[in-house]
Design a protein around this ligand. Structure first.
Ligand code: GLC
Ligand code: MG
Length: 425
């Protein structure tokens, strides 16, 4: 992980289904709250790790359906596959290591003798993971018999039961916890162990994460019985693990506050930035705050006041230009006028904006180049503009914010809006 030059301030290692992603929240509000918090205050010096039971195929499917951020590291197939960066470069040493005392063919052969085991779809069967569905009442006994039989065949496996339905068979050295231990070991070799690590989960395959030494842990409020039971039997006296009272991503935010790991109020939870000044110097926050305002303006969730428009104009350099992905260039103040006219046009509609991959480079004593992906969901249309903004510290007696000097946007590959009539941020 070379994105950060030193140790991460915070490394979050989170499960996805029913932890980061709340499938009962069609608006994805808790996830969007987490996203805003992460991009505003953490992205620049912290690491986001997703650790999911899903295979790469099914992980990508989820990413297309939900507003998930781009993680720094992706651990998939219950800790059997690790990839780095946005291009998802696989860790082949990890895969090699998992070959020890593992023979997939023997696992298939032995499990076939249990008619109670229903194989999961082909996409979820991976080189170091064989997965089934099985009823809760039968799971325990099958797990015991099966592990004995596989041991007799000379294999050393780990059998994990999750969400009262899924049964995974993996090499003993695999699993979400082992994968995290491996990452931590590598960070140690590089002298880059994160200052704090927070693990987050809701079900059986997450239990291992909570037994890694020196990490904080949160079991979200909606955690499965099997995880709560594991906790009661194994980790009840560990003060660094909490059972949140909030669901999914809100539970993660709650844990950040509980363990004092950094800012824990999502910009999305702040209704009025005029009244609630955030005195953290953060370019990420500047970008997140602007697009939140933009979303709320179009959803008519802020009042339509001339004062807001004037404030916005004072933040955008009068001679500044916005270069739209279509190539059209327009002065900032004209874009603000277009936006002003769009007040409330998305009221009662599905309309959300979030930013991902915010990165900043200082290019002068008081100027920065900030780059990010701006995602816009409108109805069923999703588009993404790769955006670069030149920001400078305000030249007032007391600098109290930034001036947007120049802005340029291009479409992310494959993303292009159908409606390009209005040129506006
Ligand atoms: C995910 C995977 C599935 C696995 C389950 C529990 O749902 O898709 O294969 O069994 O997680 O680990
Ligand atoms: Mg889960």
């Amino acid at each position: 992980m070379d994105r950060l030059s030193g140790s991460a301030r915070l490394m979050i290692v989170s499960d996805l289904d029913s932890t980061m992603v709340d499938h009962d929240d069609p608006e994805n509000l808790s996830l969007l709250r987490f996203n805003a918090l992460w991009e505003a205050y953490y992205r620049h010096d912290s690491l986001l790790v997703f650790s999911t039971g899903r295979s790469p195929t099914s992980y990508k499917r989820l990413r297309n359906r939900k507003p998930l951020l781009t993680p720094d590291i992706t651990i998939m197939s219950v800790g059997t596959e690790i990839t780095y960066g946005e291009s998802m470069v696989p860790d082949n040493s990890w895969t090699q290591y998992l070959n020890q005392k593992w023979n997939r063919d023997i696992v298939i052969e032995e499990t076939a003798k249990f008619p109670q085991l229903t194989p999961q779809s082909e996409s979820e069967q991976r080189p170091h993971k064989v997965s089934f569905f099985v009823e809760e009442v039968k799971a325990m006994e099958i797990m015991n018999v099966l592990s004995e039989r596989l041991e007799k065949c000379g294999l050393d496996v780990k059998i994990i039961y999750s969400s009262g339905i899924a049964l995974d068979i993996l090499p003993q050295g695999a699993g979400k916890g082992q994968a995290l231990a491996y990452l931590l070991k590598n960070f140690k070799v590089d002298g880059k162990v994160p200052i704090n690590t927070l693990v987050c989960g809701d079900s059986g395959n997450d239990a291992e994460l909570f037994s890694i030494p020196e990490v904080y842990g949160v079991m979200v409020s909606n955690s499965q019985e099997e995880l709560l039971q594991w906790y009661a039997q194994n980790a009840k006296n560990n003060p660094n693990i909490i059972h949140a009272t909030e669901r999914c991503a809100d539970g993660i935010i709650q844990a950040i506050g509980n363990f004092c790991l950094g800012p824990n109020v999502s910009p999305r939870a702040i209704k009025d930035f005029q009244k609630c000044k955030v005195d953290i110097f953060s370019l990420g926050h500047e970008v997140v705050k602007f697009y939140l305002f933009y979303e709320r303006w179009r959803r008519a969730e802020v009042v339509s006041s001339e004062q807001y428009v004037q404030n916005l104009k004072s933040v955008f350099y009068p001679l500044g230009i916005f270069v739209h992905p279509s190539g059209v260039e327009q002065p900032f103040h004209q874009c603000i006028d277009s936006m002003t006219r769009l007040y409330g046009d998305k009221q009662g509609h599905r309309f959300r904006i979030w930013v991902d991959r915010v990165s900043c480079a200082q290019i002068g004593s008081d100027t920065w180049l900030v780059k990010f992906d701006k995602w816009e969901l409108s109805g069923d249309e999703l588009q993404c503009g790769v955006t670069t903004v030149l920001l400078s510290l305000k030249q007032a007696e007391v600098p109290d914010g930034f001036t947007w000097v120049h802005m340029h946007q291009t479409w992310l590959d494959g993303s292009r809006a159908r409606d390009q009539t209005v040129i506006c941020f």
